[in-house]
Structure formats: structure tokens, C-alpha cells
Design a protein around this ligand. Structure first.
Ligand code: GAR
Length: 194
């Protein structure tokens, strides 16, 4: 794994597709002295992503790749990541599935946040499925990214109680709040064992 010596922070890219609240939260975390990561690049699969504004606000380089041709775009991204000496990737609401080849190039260096208690509810519509199944709890998971969707080793999870009147929307909001708590904690755990 990547070493964090405390002298220089790990050069990190964030990948998003939408609102970017996790991105914003990770930027704030990265600016803390204790944070092991420095965010120097944003990759978005969506040119309209609301989260792009945080890259502008915090003067972080941004690149848009729409994945119309995934093979071509992934090649370009890999080139760009290497050019920018990126050592670590955080997926934060990134709604594309990276290829095996891409993941191989960053083996053990890509993490993701997923809005469910994995291994439950891989993929989409997690909140809807948890409510429909009358689960008592949902939650969120930070995990390593492997070529199997939402199946890599779990780094950290947080449970969130589902109450009777929860809708997929209200549950998503509660879970998102907890995502903002555990993503930085998971990164601390990866690099400093804290
Ligand atoms: C978050 O809930 C994240 O867990 C989820 O998308 C949302 C993005 O919110 N990710 C996935 O569903 C990935 N399969 P954000 O753009 O405000 O960070």
C-alpha cells in the first residue's frame, strides 16, 4: 500500500458524477494538517455535475470525461493521472463502472463510498430496496474497488436507523450525512491506522 510519512501528503484524485457533497467534504478534510491526502485533481463523468463548482472554488484541476467510449476515455484518464503523479483515487458518487484494466493500473489504490451496508444492496437504488425489504437499518460503506462491483474489502461502515416514515429521499439524506463522517475516517484508517 501507499506510505504516508507525514512529510508529504498522498497525491489524490476524486472522481464524481453529480452533486459532489462528498467531494466538498473530502476537500475540507484534505486541508486539515492531519489529513494524509492532498486533492490535486477532479475527474467528472458529467459536464453538468454540480460538484464541478467545488473544484473551481478550491482551485483544483478538473477534467471531464463523458465515457462515451469507455476504453478511449479510460486510456486518456490513466495518462492524465500518471502525468499528474496521482497515487490514490477516491470515487465519490461516481456512477460509471471502471474496467478491469483501469483498476489493475491502480491496484489497491482506489476506494469508493457506497450508500448501503455492503454486501447488501450492491448497485443502484439502495435506499428504495432497503425500505421495500423493511430493513431496520441501512447505512454506508467505504471499500476498496476491485473488478467486481461493490465487492472489494470493506474499510469502514456506519449503520443508520430506518424509521417507519422514511422515504428513499429522507433515508438518502440521513445516509449522506454519515458518508461525510466515515469517508475521512476511512482515509485516516488506510494511511495511519487511526
Ligand atoms: C452518495 O450517496 C454516494 O454514496 C452515492 O452517490 C451519492 C453521491 O452524493 N454513490 C453511489 O451510489 C455509487 N454507486 P454526492 O455527489 O453528494 O457525494
Amino acid at each position: 500500500m501507499i506510505k504516508f510519512t507525514g512529510l508529504s501528503k498522498v497525491n489524490t484524485a476524486i472522481f464524481i458524477s453529480g452533486t459532489g457533497s462528498n467531494f466538498k467534504n473530502l476537500i475540507k478534510f484534505s486541508l486539515l494538517k492531519k489529513s494524509p491526502i492532498k486533492i490535486s485533481l477532479l475527474v467528472s463523468s458529467n459536464s453538468q455535475a454540480k460538484g464541478l463548482k467545488y473544484a473551481t472554488k478550491y482551485k483544483i484541476k478538473k477534467k471531464i470525461f463523458k465515457f462515451k467510449n469507455q476504453l478511449v476515455d479510460e486510456k486518456k484518464i490513466l495518462h492524465y493521472l500518471k502525468k499528474n503523479k496521482i497515487n490514490f483515487i477516491c470515487l465519490a458518487g461516481f456512477m460509471k463502472i471502471l474496467s478491469k484494466n483501469f483498476i489493475k493500473n491502480f491496484k489497491g489504490k482506489i476506494v469508493n463510498i457506497h450508500p448501503s451496508l455492503l454486501p447488501k444492496y450492491k448497485g443502484l437504488n439502495t435506499h428504495y430496496r432497503a425500505i421495500k425489504n423493511k430493513d431496520k437499518f441501512s447505512g454506508c460503506t467505504v471499500h476498496y474497488v476491485t473488478s467486481k462491483l461493490d465487492s472489494g474489502k470493506i474499510i469502514l461502515q456506519k449503520k443508520v436507523k430506518i424509521i417507519k416514515k422514511d422515504t428513499p429521499f429522507s433515508l438518502a439524506k440521513k445516509v449522506l450525512k454519515n458518508e461525510h463522517k466515515i469517508y475521512p475516517k476511512a482515509i485516516m484508517k488506510i494511511f495511519t491506522n487511526l
